[in-house]
Design a protein around this ligand. Sequence first.
Ligand code: GRF
Length: 220
Amino acid sequence: MTLAEDSLMRAVCLLSGTGTNLQAILKNIGAGNIPISLNAVISDNPTAKGIEKADTSGITTKIIDYELYDEKNIYHEQLKQSVLAENPDLIILAGYMRILSDDFCETFRGKIINIHPSLLPAYKGLNTHQRVLDAKETHHGTSVHFVIPELDGGPSIIQYRIKIHSSDTADTLKKRVQEGEYKIYSKAIKWFALEQLEMKNNKVIFHGDHLDKPILIEEN
Ligand code: GRF
């Protein structure tokens, strides 16, 4: 490790699936756009493609297979200890599909960020693309937010918004939303790494000021 790497913030990524957000983040780290050291990628899912992507990039990976734990509190403790062992400044959830324990959220309060495919606080939970279509919404998008124990309930930092076209399906929305995710997640991570971003009293502080509403990026 070089001295420069030693002074970087340390990050851990948790994921369960494909890992395209991880890939976009790694690309930006590699290009020198995000001054952070991603030390480990941990998955609850042994077949997560994201783990292969991390392995290819030479990052330490760990599987903690959720299905193997009859007692889920032991899973949650294992996860917490594995993350603590990395001494992270930031925990990046990139398609991590389990609900974190309250204990985990409290232990790492202010250090966990997530990307959720909706314009929070609308459409928390799953199947957001189909749900916005069913509700005949005019707009959809994705949000990067700090994580608190309430599911998808932490304050949003940045959002990417798209107009819904009459031809859109859940698949086309997912694709357009994810294009935005690759842009906004790296921005938020960069701000955090540069200490321009923090959560205090469940509010986002950006450049020292309380952010009333998330930063909004519109699809071109
Ligand atoms: C993303 O669309 C994100 O919004 C949601 O999970 C998905 C993960 O996709 N939380 P990928 O694994 O990064 O491809």
